[in-house]
Design a protein around this ligand. Sequence first.
Ligand code: ADP
Ligand code: MG
Length: 680
Amino acid sequence: MVLDRSISELKGVGSKRAELYKKLDIFTVGDLLRHYPRAYEDWSKITPVSLAMPNEPCCVKGWVVAAPSEYRVRKGMTLYRFRVSDGQNSIQVTLFNNRYAAAKIHRDEEVLLYGTVMRNGRHFEMSSPLVEAASTGERIRAIYKQTEGLSSRMIETNVRQALALVESAALPDCLPPNLRERMELCDQLTAWREVHFPTSSASLDAARRRLVFEELFLLQIGLLRMKNRARGITGARITADYTAQYAAHLPFSLTGAQSRAIAECVRDLGAERPMSRLVQGDVGSGKTAVAAGVAYTVIRNGWQAAMMAPTEILAEQHAETLHKLFGDRVRIALLTGSVTASKRQALLAALAAGEIDLLVGTHALIGEHVHFARLGLVITDEQHRFGVGQRAALAAKGVNPHMLVMSATPIPRTLALILYGDLDVSVLDELPPGRQPIQTFAISSQKRERAYGYVRRHLDEGRQGYIVCPLVEEGEEPSDLTAATELFEKLQAGPFSGYQLGLLHGRMKPSEKERTMAAFAAGEIQLLVSTTVIEVGVDVPNAVILVVENAERFGLAQLHQLRGRVGRGQYLSTCILISDHSGEETRRRLQVMCATTDGFRIADEDLKMRGPGDFFGSRQHGLPNLHIADLMADMPLVQLAQMSAANRLEADPELAQPENAPLRLAVARLFAQVGAQGLN
Ligand code: ADP
Ligand code: MG
């Protein structure tokens, strides 16, 4: 198929240029056509020289009144100067070292110059503008994301060739004709042609609308098909509900929201189709107890369960928590990358023999030597840290096992529709009783000493706290490590001498981390100086103070996660954000943190400030990348695409009808890129 042909089959794309294209993630003709322009230059709007705004690029049209002359200024620097008149004014144009461009400019020819016009008294000048013959250049031109050695213009040329190739192949449109008609969308070829070589801004808009819809629609179709597929028939159909037995042994009573979520899951477990459910709840809402309850019923029915967490600290903590919740009634084992070879061997043997009921661990659980005897339930915690692919890999270790996904990163609902389009959702909209809202203050470093005094008072009362160090970009000095270590030493020697301090950072050995966390959980460490390794999930209810240094370095979602480390018990908790940054955005972010503890509101604000790009990357979620859709601006299309996708699949679940064949192919191709096979 022509879209899958290698980019190097295009004229003028040799192996060297193909290498450059790789840097842009472009391998095939289809990739190139989906390398949508990041902006446009309007060469169709001609500006009279006298009206050109300073510092604003514009397009000037005129006659060459003096051909280029060459000036060698110094070694390696040659200027080419020529004059252009637009009928009223004349401009002096200078090109630097560009013999190639200069050679194409002749006297009495009409040209277009694109660039900024500088005014020098009564003289006008342009320095290194783009030059084009007026006969061919008067149009809207695409600007592409480029890379060194591969300019936007070269890309444009190759895109033109790719278009010609696709045109001659008479490709069927991936959107069925009746859908296009109903949604008033232009056909694929027109859309590609117009998005790369617009003939007018209206046709560009129409092309964009079609391509955005297509992108969102294909994504939705793929997600829905995955969801339906997951709903083949489960090997672990479960009918006996052990929730009451589980609840009877708990040290607390479940909240209404927790009971509801467990009931929804247990209802799913009894169906022919496997459960595929997301439990979304703000930090501290008690998701672990929900997962444990569901696991308990599955296990009592004779099946095994697996729980995967994104970090070792979290996996260890889960293993411990579950142990407390279940006592000896469930056989739990922990598998992480740091389990020794001999232990690991024994563990895997026991697992395969069915002597382990619940395996908790990191992505080590996906390892190829991990075999379950009867895997009935797969749980992933902090889902945003895993991709769709990893979830599926774990599920593949059972026969269509049930899937439960927990996420503490609240995301705006519309975005959830996309990211979790393949899941049913239960929301924990209630915190366990007795929680007091966390009070949050943003202060400057001048007040740091006072803040430390406040922290000491709480430590004296028997409480604990965290001090979180700045997030440091890789390669930046000082590194996370030194930042955390230095702060730790400074605090231990000065403001917190006489207190039990601990240090936790990402580069410690897992066993050291474990020891430190255990000491903190046991209350032996009063104040934990840490990098963001405590960000997800860590649960020590006696910790009531969180101080964040250089708070401006953290995103809103991350601050919210960090803050979730306190306020987990009966005590009033405080979060202190220290920052000397006076930037507008920082101020707004910190204000949001002080004003609300509602994760959904924070997520909305975050999305508004950052734009959806950060939320939506294939690396993060294991979903195909969006090339053109802008989730904020295109939200109405998201919903339309969703409805259209659902309708289409309802009428033709396997996309088996001939009119849907190109659609099926396009979806399969899209998802194959992220390793989700088998959608064709
Ligand atoms: P998260 O939803 O952030 O993962 P956890 O599952 O870690 O939250 O639970 C947070 C804390 O709340 C834990 O200490 C847990 O023991 C406690 N907890 C959970 N459910 C209840 C409940 N129904 N009543 C009281 N405490 C609870
Ligand atoms: Mg959790």
